[in-house]
Ligand binder design. Structure first.
Ligand SMILES: [Mg+2]
Length: 227
């Protein structure tokens, strides 16, 4: 592999993320159970989040606004201010979650940092991701941090240009086939998928990926066999 730059997704690749969102969503749905069943709140919230994505982008702040909007919708605007206050508090708790690194992350980064240029390529709120990276203690391994509003082919193309390399010299590692793997393969880059035990519905793809530049491993430590 003639790779020069290895880029890592952050959420659910370097550290735990989706389980914290799910925990918050469960608490939010429980708050609204007097109005409608848990499952229905969950569906309504997902619909609202997707409708708001192009306005708010990814991350906790957009999630908070979507929860408030959902509370207003499902209660036909009869929700108490107490519920709104609790929802905001849940969002703030989510922003202050500790950083829990996934297995093998520190070992892999320290093994690769002198051999490649390492980069973080993540979606999410700018301030939140910067704070998480600082708290993670991993910042010093990376040459460059790219906080992206989307992870489409054109976004990776810009990043690769900025890094001044050819797509074939770029390797992306992440837990989302849709955001971390498929667009990079499409550009002629390399990609390693590390599935996480749970994935946000919006990031799910059903297709099986088969590509000469693609590998899938069970855990972070396994990527050392390929780089
Ligand atoms: Mg991720």
């Amino acid at each position: 592999m003639p790779v020069k730059v290895i880029a890592f997704d952050a959420d659910d690749t370097l550290w735990v993320n989706e389980p914290y969102f799910q925990e918050t969503e469960n608490k939010f749905c429980a708050l609204l159970e007097d109005y409608i069943p848990h499952h229905t709140v969950s569906q309504e919230l997902f619909k609202t989040e997707i409708a708001n994505l192009s306005l708010y982008g990814y991350g906790v702040k957009g999630f908070m606004l979507s929860m408030i909007e959902t509370a207003l919708t499902v209660s036909s605007k009869t929700i108490s201010l107490d519920v709104i206050e609790k929802t905001i508090a849940y969002g703030k708790e989510l922003l202050e979650k500790p950083i829990e690194l996934l297995d093998g992350v520190e070992h892999v980064l320290s093994s690769l940092t002198n051999k490649y240029r390492l980069v973080v390529a993540t979606k999410g709120d700018l301030l939140d991701q910067e704070r998480k990276l600082k708290k993670s203690g991993l910042e010093h391994y990376f040459h460059h941090i790219e906080i992206m509003s989307e992870k489409h082919t054109s976004d990776y193309s810009k990043l690769i240009k900025h890094l001044d390399i050819d797509p074939s010299e770029f390797l992306m590692i992440g837990n989302s086939l849709k955001s971390d793997i498929l667009p990079v393969l499409q550009l002629g880059g390399h990609a390693i998928h590390i599935p996480y035990h749970t994935t946000w519905a919006h990031e799910k793809v059903e297709n099986k990926v088969e590509h000469a530049n693609f590998k899938q491993v069970a855990g972070m430590a396994e990527i050392l066999a390929f780089v």
